[in-house]
Each structure stands twice: as structure tokens, then as C-alpha cells.
Design a binder for this molecule. Structure first.
Ligand code: FMN
Length: 338
């Protein structure tokens, strides 16, 4: 039987399928079930910079004064004390999970600005987290802020967290950079042990009757994987950090594509939310079957086999492919005729 073990962030995972940060990983019984299903590691839901700043009272007054002046915002803001268990509940979750399972438990911090909140990474590590995933979810909405400043902020934050903890730090980031490969290299140099490609961005929707801006979250579609495969294939062998893919991983085929592109792990959230935790076991059984049928001894054997470095026609990942993609579309002029 093929070997599914996978190195990620200096840890050895029993499989390359990782449960991504989402409500599924918010309880110890779920985490135990994920381990039983064969999941290689879990990423806990994030604690947010805003929550931790609130804890230190820095944001408290401003935020709630703001909420009072705009009553509608009270329904938009989650309860910061308790969201994703809140700062205290979060440490209990780490402790409980570490006691209950043998797979690595990765804690997640979500923020963007440098500050005291990042010190919380140390408490996460002290509670037993095997690694920290830092989700930098930044919307560069301030016209006066340059791309250089935004990027420097990312790198500084990674450096700050790295100074705070000894455990490995992975960075979950956005694809929206002018030069994503350069950004990946700089995060690598700043000490990121893993690059998690990519955040999904949740654009607010408009309610045209009430004239309100409403939050909207839809689960992912496997098509979203293509952007991640593209960049994993480009970055493979260019960064020391392990590459993880999140966004559009729903099946064993998706996991295989991630590995072939050059990722060490494939992360799953939407499919677990939609189909339940047992789906992970089906995916891993399909993965094993496929590897055996194709005579792979291990999942690592195919890591990067479809990366830009490995394929014969590397233009498939570059501008050269643009025209090929467009010209591959066959327009049927009779399609609109009745
Ligand atoms: C309901 C929900 C909650 C999520 N919460 C978090 C979170 O707390 N932190 C985080 O980094 N990502 C969070 N995510 C993003 C997922 O971890 C994942 O990156 C994203 O959904 C793409 O993976 P998927 O296609 O498998 O869903 C959340 C996603 C969903 C659907």
C-alpha cells in the first residue's frame, strides 16, 4: 500500500489531507473524528487581531462607541469575546485537542497590523500548538498606501511572529500581489516555514431593496483550485517553505493535483462543511486506490511532477499559454439559433 506520509512545517503528517481552519475544527470531538478519518493535521479556526486587541482593551471603547453610533453595525460585528471560542476558550481548545489526538494541531491567527496581539502566538505555542498559521487578510483600501508599504507590513508581521515563537509559522496569503513570486520569496526569507495558497476573499453583496451591504459566504467550487495549482507549480523549488493549497480541494483528484503542482499538503474546509467529516475518509481511500493503480510507492513521489520546473512546456504557466487558452475555445455560431 502506498505511503501517504508527508513532511509539512518540519512535522511528519500521516497523510497530505489537512482540515483547514473552519467551524469543523472548532471542537475536540470533531478533531478526534477527523483524526480517525485519516486527516494529517488540523488547523483550528482563527483568532482575530480585533479580538486580541479587544482583550487588551485597546480597541474596546472605540469599537463599541462606533457600534452605538451605527446601530446596524451591531448586527454585522460578531461577538468578539466569543467568536471562534474567544481568546480563553481557544487555549482550552488547543489543550483539549492535544490531549485527545496525536496528529499535529495548528493554531491560527488572523491579522494584518503589527502590534501586541501577535504576542498571543506565544500563548498558543505554550498551550501545545505544533505550529502557527498566520492568516494575513488585508484589503489595501487606502489609496495613499503603496504596494511597497503593504508588502513590508506582511514581511514585518511574519518576522514579529517568528521572534515570538519557536514553533514553525505558516503564512496564509492572498494571490493579489503584483509580483506574487517575489512576495513568496520575501516571506520565505522572513522565516515562513509554509505558504498557504490562497485566502478566498469574501466580497460583500448588495441588498438592492434595503440598500444594505450584506456579508455573503458561499462554499468553494473545485474550479477555484486552478489558481492555486498555477502558483504552487510556479513557486515549487523556488522557495524553501512548504507549500500548502487551500481553496477548491474537494476530491482525491484535487489532492493529487495539489501534490503534482508541488504542494506538500492539500487543505479542505468547504467539502467537510458540506459533506461531513466522513468525506475525508472517502477522499483518502480514493487517493490510496489511485496511487496503487498507478504504481506510486508514496505520495511524495509525485510532489512537483507537474510543476513549472518539471513539465516540458513551461509556457503553460506563463504568458505563452494565454493565447492558447483563448484559442482553445470553440465558438459555435449556431449555438444561439433556434
Ligand atoms: C465557514 C468558514 C469559516 C472559516 N473560518 C476561517 C478562519 O477562521 N480562519 C481562516 O484562516 N480561514 C477560515 N476559513 C477559510 C478556510 O480555512 C479555507 O481556506 C477556505 O474555505 C478555502 O478552502 P475550501 O475551498 O476547502 O473551503 C473559513 C471558511 C469557511 C467556509
Amino acid at each position: 500500500m502506498s505511503d501517504l506520509t508527508t513532511p509539512y512545517l518540519g512535522l511528519t503528517l500521516k497523510s497530505p489531507l489537512v482540515a483547514s481552519a473552519c467551524p469543523v475544527t472548532e471542537s475536540v470531538p470533531n478533531i478526534r473524528e477527523l483524526e480517525d478519518a485519516g486527516i494529517g493535521a488540523v488547523v483550528l479556526p482563527s483568532l482575530f487581531e480585533e479580538q486580541l486587541e479587544l482583550e487588551s482593551n485597546a480597541l474596546d471603547e472605540d469599537l463599541w462607541r462606533g457600534a452605538d453610533s451605527f446601530p446596524e453595525s451591531q448586527s454585522i460585528l460578531p461577538d468578539l469575546q466569543t467568536y471562534n471560542l474567544g481568546p480563553d476558550g481557544y487555549l482550552d481548545l488547543i489543550l483539549g485537542a492535544k490531549e485527545a489526538v496525536d496528529i499535529p494541531v495548528i493554531a491560527s491567527l488572523n491579522g494584518v497590523s503589527p502590534g501586541g496581539w501577535a504576542e498571543y502566538a506565544r500563548l498558543m505555542a505554550e498551550a501545545g500548538a505544533d505550529a502557527i498559521e498566520l492568516n494575513i487578510y488585508s484589503i489595501a483600501a487606502e489609496p495613499a498606501e503603496s504596494a511597497m508599504e503593504v508588502e513590508k507590513g506582511y514581511v514585518d508581521l511574519v518576522r514579529q511572529i517568528k521572534r515570538t515563537v519557536r514553533v514553525p509559522v505558516a503564512v496564509k496569503l492572498s494571490p493579489f500581489f503584483s509580483a506574487p513570486a517575489n512576495m513568496a520569496m520575501r516571506l520565505d526569507e522572513a522565516g515562513a516555514g509554509g505558504l498557504v495558497l490562497f485566502n478566498r476573499f469574501y466580497q460583500p453583496d448588495f441588498d438592492i431593496e434595503s440598500l444594505e451591504v450584506v456579508p455573503r459566504l458561499t462554499l468553494s467550487h473545485p474550479d477555484e483550485l486552478l489558481l492555486r495549482l498555477h502558483w504552487a507549480a510556479i513557486l515549487f523549488d523556488h522557495v524553501e517553505a512548504d507549500i500548502a493549497i487551500t481553496g477548491g480541494v474537494h476530491s482525491a483528484t484535487d489532492v493529487i493535483k495539489c501534490m503534482m503542482a508541488g504542494a506538500r499538503v492539500a487543505m479542505m474546509a468547504s467539502a467537510l462543511l458540506h459533506k461531513g467529516i466522513p468525506h475525508a475518509a472517502y477522499v483518502l481511500a480514493d487517493l490510496r486506490r489511485w496511487l496503487d493503480d498507478h504504481e506510486y510507492d508514496s505520495v511524495q513521489q509525485m510532489c512537483g511532477s507537474m510543476s513549472r520546473r518539471s513539465v516540458e512546456d513551461s509556457t503553460a504557466f506563463e504568458r505563452g499559454n494565454y493565447m492558447r487558452v483563448l484559442s482553445s475555445y470553440t465558438f459555435r455560431s449556431d449555438a444561439f439559433k433556434k
